[in-house]
Design a protein around this ligand. Structure first.
Ligand code: MN
Ligand code: MN
Length: 470
């Protein structure tokens, strides 16, 4: 049976997990997994020594994001007298203006703003991530004469206002878009001011792109929370917190690997370091705990799968080398490691090059994977290292900036994936494996993004990302 769609994957995935949790029959799980996924014919060479350090780093370029898009469909105002109206973006003040829905109103969909005399249309709120370009469509109302208008902005919550660009003359009876490049950081709001008494005008589809010149920084690797409440206390044998300059992790002595690794990514972490690739034991583990060695993975059919990728810590040799410590590694099917998992890692670095910073947590769960030797392997290293059934990852994405927790909103993009630790996982793109954070939280028992206010978590954790994949 071939998985044809994300939905089908989720459905099967749920039933597989249900089997996993409720029957605890791992052989059945493995058979089910093996049976439902079509055979992927690998063209890779033996890859035990290959890891995921390759990267494409795009030089810093600020990609604009639409931070406000107002269609004026949601509000109603039938008279010209000054009043506030709530639209989908927030409250707007309409003076000598109304929400027009007549046949003579030029509009997208069913409504637009109609302004008469020296009227205006003003935001009662700020966009908070700056404004790069502000755009609005405009046209003459009905058979009215031409009219003129101006775009104004305020960076002090509406106390003082500044005109931007030229005075515009509207002469068309079809909606045309005019854009103003303002490049203002921080809080900003806008007002359209009609400047001619003659000629009623329609305005519609008002939009603002963000603008940030913020220098990227290296932020707290656990800035968005500690998913499992790990503690740096050796009695926490299955949830032992290890904080390193390059990443933080929860170590599980019974698995012989981390449960999860958490790190911050921005272009401030990126450079050209590509250190020697020798994997080393983590000698900071408590005395008497098993310490994985590189040779534990040799000929197992599994890659030494980086959790925090080497290429995410490429600013200097120290950082890069730190990712080769084996507490940052778990057994990963080569086709998983080198295809969808690697592509998702590269996508994150692409975003870092486009002016975004990310908080990333990934981890392993379940037992039993299928590497390049075939079959199902539950453990390696004589039972000391558990081969996970699943690799998961969640990525919270923000434009570069400060006070990151406070900037997370219901609009914040979060990408979450759960991928089976099998060779066949390489036959799908990473986008195929997207799930909700809620799903991942149920799977693992963790609370992702725990530092984010609960109401915001509810929003961002209940949706499957549908954004771009490259
Ligand atoms: Mn930041
Ligand atoms: Mn959560």
């Amino acid at each position: 049976m071939i998985f044809k769609s994300g939905n089908l994957f989720i459905t099967l995935h749920c039933s597989i997990l249900a089997q996993y949790f409720f029957s605890m029959n791992r052989t059945f799980l493995a058979l089910l997994l093996t049976g439902v996924i079509f055979t992927f014919n690998t063209c890779k060479k033996d890859s035990h020594y290959i890891d995921d350090q390759n990267s494409t780093i795009i030089s810093a370029r600020i990609k604009s994001t639409t931070v406000l898009s107002e269609t004026f469909e949601a509000g109603t105002k039938t008279a010209y007298a000054a009043a506030n109206v709530t639209f989908s973006s927030g409250s707007w003040y309409l003076n000598n203006a109304l929400v027009g829905n007549s046949a003579s109103d030029r509009k997208f969909n069913t409504k637009s703003i109609r302004v008469q005399n020296i009227g205006s249309v003003r935001m009662n709120f700020n966009v908070t991530s700056g404004a790069g370009v502000v755009s609005v469509y405009h046209a003459r109302y009905g058979t009215d004469a031409n009219g003129t208008w101006e775009m104004w902005y305020s960076v002090d919550n509406g106390t003082t206002w500044t005109k931007t660009g030229a005075t515009i003359t509207t002469s068309s009876i079809s909606l045309v878009q005019t854009s103003f490049t303002v490049n203002l950081t921080g809080n900003v709001r806008f007002e359209v001011r009609k400047t001619s008494n003659s000629g009623r005008l329609n305005f519609d589809n008002f939009s603002i792109t963000d603008y940030s010149t913020t220098t990227p920084t290296q932020d707290n690797n656990m800035g968005m929370g500690n998913p499992s409440g790990a503690q740096a206390n050796i009695t926490f044998t299955t949830n032992y917190l290890m904080v390193k300059p390059q990443y933080s992790l929860s170590y599980n002595k019974s698995r012989g690997t981390a449960n999860w690794v958490s790190w911050h990514l921005s272009s401030a972490w990126l450079g050209s370091s590509n250190a020697d690739h020798s994997f080393t034991s983590d000698n900071t583990l408590p005395t008497g705990w098993y310490k994985a060695t590189s040779s534990n993975y040799t000929n197992t059919g599994f890659d030494r799968g980086h959790m925090c990728p080497a290429a995410d810590r490429s600013l200097n040799t120290t950082d890069n080398t730190a990712t080769y410590v084996l507490t940052n590694v778990s057994p990963q099917a080569p086709n998983l490691n080198q295809i969808p998992w690697n592509n998702l890692e590269q996508y994150c670095r692409t975003l870092a090059g486009q002016g975004y910073e990310m908080y990333i947590v990934d981890g392993v769960t379940g037992m039993g994977g299928t590497g390049s030797n075939g079959g199902v392997t539950n453990t390696i290293a004589g039972g000391n290292i558990t081969v996970p059934a699943w690799w998961w990852k969640s990525i919270l994405i923000l434009p570069n900036g400060q006070n990151d927790v406070s900037r997370v909103s219901s609009a914040t993009r979060v990408i979450t994936v759960v991928m089976p630790n099998t060779q066949t996982s390489g036959s799908q793109t990473w986008g195929y494996y997207r799930v909700t954070v809620d799903y991942l939280e149920t799977l693992t028992g963790y609370d992702l993004w725990a530092n984010v206010p609960a109401t915001v978590q509810s929003s961002i954790e209940s949706v499957v990302d549908t954004g771009p994949v490259n």
